[in-house]
Design a protein around this ligand. Sequence first.
Ligand code: F6R
Length: 248
Amino acid sequence: MLVVIKDNFEEMSKESAKLLASLVRRKPDCVLGFATGSTPLGMYKELIRLHKEEGLDFSKVITFNLDEYVGLPPSHEQSYHYFMWENLFKHINVDPRHVHIPMGMAENIEEFCLWYEEKIDECGGIDLQILGIGANGHIAFNEPGSSLGSRTRIKTLSDQTCEDNARFFENKDEVPKYAITMGVGTIMQAHELLLMASGVAKADAIKATVEGPIMAKYPATIVQLHEFATVLVDRDAASKLEGSYSGF
Ligand code: F6R
């Protein structure tokens, strides 16, 4: 596992975009795994710039997203479909037929989850999976206690997550209670992982992920076992690390 520490969010974002862009240039039909949330937003902005100003071509790229809320249509402003189109896809030349985001409105969710796994395999697996991390060590919607071998499935959101999300919805009943998420095992099957974190609120989670024992309590700790994993963080997120790492 390679740990890279950048000065701030902007530098972290530029570095991650550089890594992803170099893969797209090397392998124009690569399979990319995307995440939502605030952490990758700077990277998405930089990718849009690279597309518009330097002609970075996404026309052959295939994408898979980590997760989506159950019950929200793609047009809902809080859905991850909406997030991805607003913050990245509509600004680049990705082919909409190449975009895969779990279908929160699927009639048969179990069947959908199996199909999602098969589709990833059919595309040759994910070349590079982008990951954020929760302050509690979650990756995707794999909350503490998730099986480290889990596959794409429906998960009940913790009370804490529902409470945290309530501010984004008009009334409490609208807050999704379930999500579809790639499993920890699915994520570990990607050929390469890029986990990003920014800010002091992530410092404990990054300390556990990089230097702690591997355990289901912190699903992100499993990345220690991945052969090609990079943990790319800013100084604040790295502030509790004790080892010496590159990038200062
Ligand atoms: C999003 C996802 C989540 C986030 C994590 C961090 O698709 O899978 O695990 O990566 O909750 O969120 P932010 O980046 O908002 O701190």
